[in-house]
Design a protein around this ligand. Structure first.
Ligand SMILES: C[S@@+](CC[C@H](N)C(=O)[O-])C[C@H]1O[C@@H](n2cnc3c(N)ncnc32)[C@H](O)[C@@H]1O
Length: 266
């Protein structure tokens, strides 16, 4: 099976990710941990941990001993290990988790299922490593609607270049509607599946602060921006700034995500 759009765009330095999507990660993690009902004394795995936004929320609740994390991106795994000493962090993909059956009370995937090569295999693996009665939880952006940063980015890109429509994450990402996410969790054999939504926010010093990480090619949006020759990239930057209505002053953006939870029913 071929990689979905953008999965290879996370081999960038962790700091670029931190300043792009990572800005939203900690608040989103708190909402996902709450939705899963995770409690002190339990243990959990963070699948597709990236540089560790959700992992650090898990460590705050469970301690490093209670947390494992995996990601296929070596620079993100290095960053997660460096930032969270004592956490077991491995280079691995969701589709083949290097853990025994029923190892965890909860398995999480924050902003990951739409990047998996085989999302159903990944969801089934998350289910397999979760104990009976435990919880499997995921968050996915509302790419087509209220994830403001990415929505405005792709609207600007498509306004200047109709062919960018094929790369618009609101069109090409799977599982970014509540129904599709619910189906994935149910098909993976989970019980009591529920999907809710949360709106999180990130603040920026100015528009340059938002644009700079895109120049490192991080994520599908950064990969698209850096694929453009300099004149077209400058035009995209100007169009995005215009659509966001921001410039040299500090500002904040909101982003909606869908949160799916299900109970391991094995
Ligand atoms: C948008 S980032 C989310 C990172 C982190 N969970 C967070 O909330 O900041 C997507 C992550 O999914 C990872 N990823 C891509 N394909 C994957 C797969 N098949 N299994 C697990 N993780 C994958 C990427 O390497 C990247 O770290």
């Amino acid at each position: 099976m071929s990689d979905p759009p953008g999965a290879a765009t996370f081999r960038t330095p962790a700091e670029a990710y931190d300043r792009h999507i990572g800005r939203y990660g900690r608040e989103l993690a708190r909402a996902l941990i709450d939705a899963a009902g995770l409690r002190p004394g339990q243990n959990a795995i963070d699948v597709g941990c990236g540089p560790g936004a959700l992992t650090s929320g898990l460590v705050a609740l469970l301690g490093a001993d209670g947390v494992a994390a995996v990601d296929p991106s070596p620079p993100f795994v290095d960053a997660c290990r460096r930032r969270l000493p004592g956490v077991h962090v491995e280079v691995a993909a969701a589709e083949a988790l290097p853990f025994e059956d029923a190892s965890f009370d909860c398995a999480f995937a924050q902003l990951v299922v739409n990047f998996m090569t085989d999302p159903l295999a990944g969801a089934r693996e998350m289910h397999r490593v979760t104990r009976p009665g435990g919880t499997v939880a995921a968050a996915v952006w509302d790419y087509a609607g209220e994830m403001t940063l990415l929505r405005r980015f792709w609207d600007a890109a498509v306004a200047l270049d109709r062919s960018a429509g094929d790369r618009d994450e609101g069109r090409c990402m799977r599982f970014c509607t509540p129904g599709e996410l619910e189906d994935l969790w149910s098909t993976a054999g989970l019980a009591d599946v529920s999907v809710s939504s949360v709106v999180v926010a990130a603040s920026y010093d100015d528009f340059e602060d938002l644009w700079r990480p895109l120049e490192s090619g991080v994520g599908p949006s950064g990969a698209y921006a850096t694929s453009l020759p300099s004149e077209r990239r400058a035009a995209l930057k100007a169009e995005l700034g215009r659509r966001l209505g921001v410039g040299s002053e500090p500002f904040a953006l909101t982003a909606r995500a869908w949160l799916a939870t299900g109970r391991s029913a094995r």
